[in-house]
Design a protein around this ligand. Structure first.
Ligand SMILES: Cc1cc2nc3c(=O)[nH]c(=O)nc-3n(C[C@H](O)[C@H](O)[C@H](O)COP(=O)(O)OP(=O)(O)OC[C@H]3O[C@@H](n4cnc5c(N)ncnc54)[C@H](O)[C@@H]3O)c2cc1C
Length: 414
């Protein structure tokens, strides 16, 4: 059996960060990773560009957690500028684009490679192709897979989203072995499946839209952004950002729908006026009048939905009635939400170990000494925008530092 001061389960965002911080303090650290390479998920973040950090100060409206106050407190506990400086100190410089932060390389792989290089340079051992499936608390320490013993154990094995990236919920099974429960788990940042007869017609269509989530006919969320229609439903950032709320409401038996407005009321008035002017000329078919109001495929799908003949050359009254029907639908297409596209398509897992079960600041479990829990294993998930990685970096830095006996300057928790 090989002894280490600290064993970390999972070489993902928080695990690599924890390893770097603990090793810097001089501890003997082992990181165990089930996949053949460390940090695979990091390489696909932000569409391969890695939306690495968030500068949001008020995260309250962007977090799901059974304890939003604690989640917000943790999020603020290492300020954006400090995290940015930390990354600069290891050679990752960030650039800002429309409020989103990326590495200057715009390559997520450079973030992963740098974190791994620094972890190794600081003295961490990283063992890949090593799935942890057995943890035993042994007196004052732990025995992992009957192969490694350690004084402190950090569980950084992520959530249940994207089993192909190593995260299939095994972290929660490991925690359960130690007697630690998690809250119910839901896919988060995932597309929704909707009841839309014309979904095949619009497969692949992207559009800017105002998206509203309605639960039992009450609006609970709205956001503007780019959406994408798929064969089974709708994705895109605004939809992903309300997906957990939708998933939870559906499970609670509520009636959930999405209202998608690709046109605004101002667009409506302008467009109807223009269509009326052209109707008077009596030269145009309905299709010719309406093409260009929005994405061609979407307009066509709405015409099909209302059984409108695109080749019809209508009179003024009939033409205006048809145009109003189509434009009103483009101003508010309401679709019943039937579910989510599941954990395997979700970016993040909602739910996990309740935040009040760990010491906020070090992330050591309150009842099991020397056990630390980071990142997505915890019950806090966030809207798109670099927030989830920010939470992973913060919890990793803190758990690694405190597990190694260090502290963080001007710590707000101690
Ligand atoms: C496609 C995609 C895009 C994303 N884009 C962004 C983005 O741009 N910005 C952002 O902020 N967030 C993004 N996220 C979310 C972000 O990547 C995660 O929230 C973050 O990586 C979580 O960090 P973590 O340390 O908790 O877990 P992870 O980074 O998921 O790491 C967990 C690691 O543990 C390993 N592991 C699991 N079980 C075991 C076991 N039993 N034994 C050994 N190893 C194990 C896994 O293989 C994995 O390497 C994205 C996620 C996805 C899937």
């Amino acid at each position: 059996m090989r002894y280490y001061d600290i064993v970390i389960v999972g070489a993902g965002a928080s695990g690599l960060m924890a390893g770097i911080c603990a090793a810097r303090i001089g501890k003997n650290v082992l990181i165990l990773e089930r996949l053949s390479k460390p940090g695979k998920k990091i390489t696909v973040t932000g569409n391969g560009k890695c939306n690495i950090l968030s500068s949001l100060e008020d995260i309250r409206n962007s977090v799901n957690s059974s304890d939003k106050d604690l989640a917000c407190k943790i999020f603020k506990s290492i300020p954006f500028q400090t995290l940015k400086k930390f990354f600069e100190s290891i050679g990752i410089f960030v650039l800002e684009k429309n409020g989103y932060y990326y590495p200057i390389s715009l390559q997520a792989s450079t973030v992963r490679d740098t974190l791994v290089t620094v972890a190794l340079a600081e003295g961490c051992d990283i063992v890949c192709d090593c799935e942890v499936n057995d943890i035993v608390k042994n007196g004052s320490g732990f025995i992992v897979n009957k192969m490694f013993s350690c004084d402190k154990l950090i569980i950084s094995a992520g959530g249940m989203s994207r089993a192909d990236l190593g995260t299939d919920g095994s972290s929660f099974k490991l925690l359960k072995m130690l007697g630690i429960n998690s809250t119910p788990l839901y896919p988060a940042l995932v597309g929704l499946t909707v009841d839309f007869k014309q979904s095949k017609t619009v497969d692949g269509v992207r559009h800017y839209a105002d998206v509203y989530l309605l639960v039992d006919n009450q609006e609970v969320f709205n956001e503007h952004g780019e959406i994408v229609f798929t064969k089974k439903g709708i994705g895109g950032i605004p939809v992903m950002n309300c997906s957990t709320t939708a998933a939870r409401a559906i499970e609670a038996g509520k009636n959930v729908s999405l209202r998608v407005a690709v046109l605004t009321q101002q667009d409506r008035e302008k467009m109807l006026k223009s269509i009326w002017e052209r109707l008077i000329e009596k030269k145009y078919t309905i299709e010719e009048l309406l093409t260009g109001l929005a994405n061609r495929k979407l307009v066509y799908a709405i015409m099909l939905l209302h059984h409108i003949d695109p080749m019809l050359k209508p009179g003024v009254d009939e033409g205006l009635k048809i145009a109003t029907e189509v434009i009103d639908t483009l101003c508010g297409l309401t679709l019943k939400v039937t579910g989510t596209q599941g954990f395997d398509n979700s970016q993040v897992t909602s739910g996990g170990v309740k935040l009040d079960e760990v010491i906020i600041g070090s992330f050591e479990h309150k009842k099991i000494n020397d056990l630390y829990i980071t990142g997505e294993c915890l019950d806090a998930d966030f809207a798109c925008g670099g927030n989830n990685l920010t939470f992973a970096w913060i919890t990793g830095i803190r758990a690694g530092t405190y597990a190694a006996g260090g502290t963080i300057d001007s710590d707000i928790f101690y």
